[in-house]
Design a binder for this molecule. Sequence first.
Ligand SMILES: CC(C)(COP(=O)(O)OP(=O)(O)OC[C@H]1O[C@@H](n2cnc3c(N)ncnc32)[C@H](O)[C@@H]1OP(=O)(O)O)[C@@H](O)C(=O)NCCC(=O)NCCS
Length: 214
Amino acid sequence: MSRRLVIFGAGGHAKVVVDAIVQQGDSVAGVFDGDAGRHGQEWFGYTVLGGLDAMIDFAASEGVDAVVVAIGDNRIRSMMGARIAERGLRFDSVVHPRAVVSPSARIGAGCVVMAGAVINADAVIGEHAIINTCASVDHDCWVAEGAHIGPGARLCGGVKVGRRVLFGAGAVAIPGFSVGDDAIVPAGGVVRGDVPARTRHPDKIRSSQSNEGE
Ligand SMILES: CC(C)(COP(=O)(O)OP(=O)(O)OC[C@H]1O[C@@H](n2cnc3c(N)ncnc32)[C@H](O)[C@@H]1OP(=O)(O)O)[C@@H](O)C(=O)NCCC(=O)NCCS
């Protein structure tokens, strides 16, 4: 049965979330955003109806099924998820129909899984995580609440990714290592050992094709 979802956030990431919702056969009942300057403005074919209070009223009066926090910034998405939960609304995940998700994987409420993503056996994805376009999360991985696995990134088997980690586009983690809470793995980075919380790893990435001397 199709769902009526509302989204909080009206930026670039939210456009991809809207596409996935619609392609799933669900509908976007309303779009809300924390920036008062955007209220009443047109965005991606929708009118931004208001902020958090307006969304609470709308959900009560219109009978929506769930909320998706469609904000790309991990810290803000996580914080808004907690604030919205305090107000009693529930979250649901969005999985693009062209994503491949193992029946044994567990996807948390409020997660978004974009087109081309693959989530393999026994992987666990926490609330409000983003598994972005063409990312792969292999068997037994654990991705915590609020993390973002960027477009084309690859987590090999058994990798653990902490809360609110930004795992950049095209980055790779080889099997079994952990990335601590709030760490950043730059786009194209390679994780070959445990990454401590709140650090950036690797700090600098050397190109395999040096231009020195040219
Ligand atoms: C790692 C990252 C967060 C750093 O951002 P920042 O703090 O603004 O860093 P800067 O752009 O100021 O760059 C600082 C240095 O790191 C280097 N650097 C930054 N990101 C890099 C990357 N991905 N690969 C190689 N080098 C990188 C810069 O060249 C610069 O080097 P220099 O000091 O020798 O000039 C950012 O570059 C990144 O990779 N973000 C991931 C984005 C992403 O994949 N998002 C997915 C959502 S769509």
